[in-house]
Design a protein around this ligand. Structure first.
Ligand SMILES: Cc1cc2nc3c(=O)[nH]c(=O)nc-3n(C[C@H](O)[C@H](O)[C@H](O)COP(=O)(O)OP(=O)(O)OC[C@H]3O[C@@H](n4cnc5c(N)ncnc54)[C@H](O)[C@@H]3O)c2cc1C
Length: 419
């Protein structure tokens, strides 16, 4: 009987499923299995996007898209030409799942329910007879002259599975030691670091303003080149919001090296600096001469509660009117408005979305196929690779792109085998 080639995908997450269902659909002669360590499939998809699954992002310019990946953008630059955001939208649409974009570009299923994405992937797996084994953790991959042996551990014992092709889609791991099972392969692993976290300001009085947000603030990390502009949210533990999350992603390694202890500077009025704001302060002094400074924020961008906090922090008495503001106090207020400095001590992983930077070095793979240079027939997809995006649907986009490319790459290999 003719040998039917077997693809084993290790990991039943977004990347593993997308690889498996596309490979099974594109190559009917291929046997496709997913082996998943836990008893749950697509568990991160389920909780993603606050239970709504932010599937991708309405960004359709590849040069713009790659800028959303602090790590791995150079790899994706090559792969997005084969499968990118628009392909994701079309792929799900062709299977009856419509996505809609929100004002900030994040795209969700119109049902606003992550289960829709799970149901779609499970239906696809069923349709193309992907075999799914749960409670099966792969402990080792042994490359052979042809194909691979996988050591698989079940609750009731072990088994060796044989595969012609293998995809490592085991997701991000918080510790370097969790990549030990891959060490016999001699792959370079970039030590994992958390990304997409918020900044802790323990006991800082600004946390009393929890819930206050500023639509456009500039945040920079003193002593580094890290700076981001965007919405900032004050929480009961510190600073959050897209500008902070983006900083945490771009600075994942640098901030880990600083042990999450650093000074951050917030400019609540990024259109100004401490020089250019002076004429505005002067005109306020004359225009609002008799008004108490603290009463109302003169800047539409700064909510009253924050304004009052900054005025008090500058040591300006509640009764003081604009006309009486001493030059020294004005300077202090200016510093609080445009150079507000806080000591960050620690991080909190954002509850909506977090990822790990680091993982398998992308230098180990061919960007267009995700195949290991050292091991033909062995591929990697998703967060297990040193690829991660900022928040907004970019991490799933990476999983979909990787998965699709691997499925396509198998075409060439299978045709050689006459499949
Ligand atoms: C709370 C939260 C919300 C998020 N929301 C979003 C969002 O809305 N949009 C977005 O783009 N990204 C989001 N992300 C990030 C996104 O979920 C991940 O980037 C994505 O799930 C990565 O997919 P993956 O398939 O590579 O890994 P995973 O989804 O982690 O899947 C890996 C699978 O492999 C299994 N596995 C691991 N080791 C083995 C082994 N040795 N043998 C067998 N199986 C194994 C694991 O059990 C797991 O099921 C979110 C993350 C979190 C934590």
């Amino acid at each position: 009987m003719k040998h039917r080639p077997h693809l084993i995908v290790i990991g039943g997450g977004a990347a593993g499923f997308f690889t498996a269902v596309n490979a099974a659909r594109l190559h009917p002669g291929l046997q496709v299995s997913i082996v998943e360590k836990t008893n749950k499939l697509l568990s991160k998809v389920k909780i993603s996007g606050g239970g709504r699954c932010n599937v991708t992002h309405a960004c359709f310019e590849i040069p713009e898209l790659v800028k959303k990946y602090p790590r791995g953008g150079n790899v994706l630059k090559k792969s997005f030409h084969h499968f990118y955001t628009q392909n994701t939208i079309d792929w799900f649409q062709e299977r009856g799942v419509k996505l809609h974009a929100e004002a900030d570009g994040r795209m969700f299923p119109t049902t606003n329910n992550s289960q829709t994405i799970i149901d779609c992937l499970l239906a696809e797996a069923n349709r193309y007879q992907v075999k799914i084994v749960t409670g099966a953790g792969v402990n080792a991959i042994h490359p052979k002259e042809k194909g691979f042996d996988l050591d698989v551990q079940y609750a009731h014992g072990n088994e060796v599975l044989q595969a012609d092709y293998v995809v490592i889609a085991t997701g991000g791991q918080p510790k370097l030691s969790m990549f030990d099972w891959l060490s016999p392969l001699g792959l370079n692993i970039i030590p994992p670091q958390p990304s997409l976290f918020t900044f802790n300001l323990p006991k800082h009085p600004i946390t009393g303003l929890m819930g206050v947000s500023v639509a456009q603030a500039a945040v920079k990390i003193i002593g580094t080149k890290l700076t981001e502009t965007g919405p900032v949210l004050i929480t009961h533990w510190g600073l959050s919001g897209p500008a902070v999350l983006k900083l945490s992603a771009w600075g994942a390694t640098e901030l880990a090296d600083l042990k999450y202890q650093f000074n951050a500077q917030v400019n609540w009025l990024p259109g100004f600096n401490d020089q250019t704001i002076v004429p505005t302060m002067q005109s306020l002094r004359f225009g609002k001469a008799t008004q108490q400074i603290i009463t109302k924020s003169p800047f539409a961008a700064i909510p009253n509660r924050l304004w009052q906090f900054l005025v008090k922090a500058a040591g300006i008495p509640e009764q003081m009117r604009w006309a009486d503001l001493p030059a020294k106090s004005e300077n202090k207020l200016i510093q609080h408005l445009v150079n507000f400095t806080v000591a960050v001590n620690g991080k909190t992983t954002f509850k909506e979305e977090f990822v790990t930077a680091g993982g398998i070095d992308t230098k180990e793979i061919v960007p267009q196929t995700l195949e290991f240079k050292k091991y033909p027939g062995l591929f990697a997809a998703g967060e297990v690779l040193n690829i991660d995006g900022i928040t907004g649907g970019f991490n799933f986009q990476n999983a979909w792109t990787n998965g699709f490319l691997i499925a396509e790459a198998l075409k060439g290999k299978l045709s050689v085998q006459g499949v």
